[in-house]
Design a protein around this ligand. Structure first.
Ligand SMILES: [Zn+2]
Length: 198
């Protein structure tokens, strides 16, 4: 159970973790961000950015930090992090966002749909979808409260490892928004499930 599974550019993937399993998310080519959302297996608990800010006391998370559920249970702990900057503020990109902010007409691949489809595949009713953990996305808050984002700091092969603190259903999306990824064409991501440490 320790082989990379590729998430093709602009696509999503779903997986289940048992408590203690470690999930490694990987940027094979560098400069690509992704979205992660976690649910309890029965769908009754969901990742909460707000609870994570509340209990962690900060908006940037990295090694040692915990991602909390909306029922105040630890879901994931970041155990290693080669990138060091991620985002918990932005909602996942959606078709409406591409239409409103970028004038897209017709369909545009988006993290919202990728994540919802992956969760449905795990038997989870995902909507309304919560805000996501946007790993490798480099967003910053200025002193005046303005948000800016920069290209991901991830280099080719960089990864982070998250340990499941409860059984989880996880959805991942390789974000199709080139604005979050330095203007580059969407690139793939990868993951592997490492199992328990001992
Ligand atoms: Zn996205």
């Amino acid at each position: 159970m320790s082989e990379w599974q590729l998430i093709p550019a602009a696509h999503g993937a779903g997986l289940r973790l048992k408590r203690g399993d470690r999930l490694r998310v990987i940027d094979p080519e560098g400069g690509q961000s992704g979205d992660l959302v976690a649910f309890s297996p029965d769908g009754s608990q969901r990742l909460s950015s707000g609870r994570t800010f509340d209990y962690g006391g900060k908006i940037y998370v990295s090694t040692g930090d915990v991602l909390w559920s909306d029922r105040s249970n630890p879901m994931l702990t970041i155990v290693t992090d080669q990138v060091g900057r991620h985002d918990l503020l932005y909602a996942p990109c959606s078709l409406e966002m591409y239409r409103m902010q970028y004038g897209v007409t017709g369909y545009h691949a988006n993290c919202h749909d990728n994540l919802c489809n992956a969760l449905r595949g795990l038997g989870i009713q995902p909507e309304p979808l919560v805000s996501t953990f946007n790993f490798f996305m480099d967003a910053a808050v200025g002193a005046d409260g303005r948000l800016t984002f920069s290209p991901p700091r991830s280099r080719a092969g960089d990864s982070m490892v998250l340990r499941a603190e409860m059984d989880l259903a996880i959805a991942l999306s390789a974000c199709p928004a080139s604005t979050c990824n330095g203007g580059a064409q969407p690139k793939p991501l990868a993951f592997e499930v490492l199992g328990s440490e001992k």
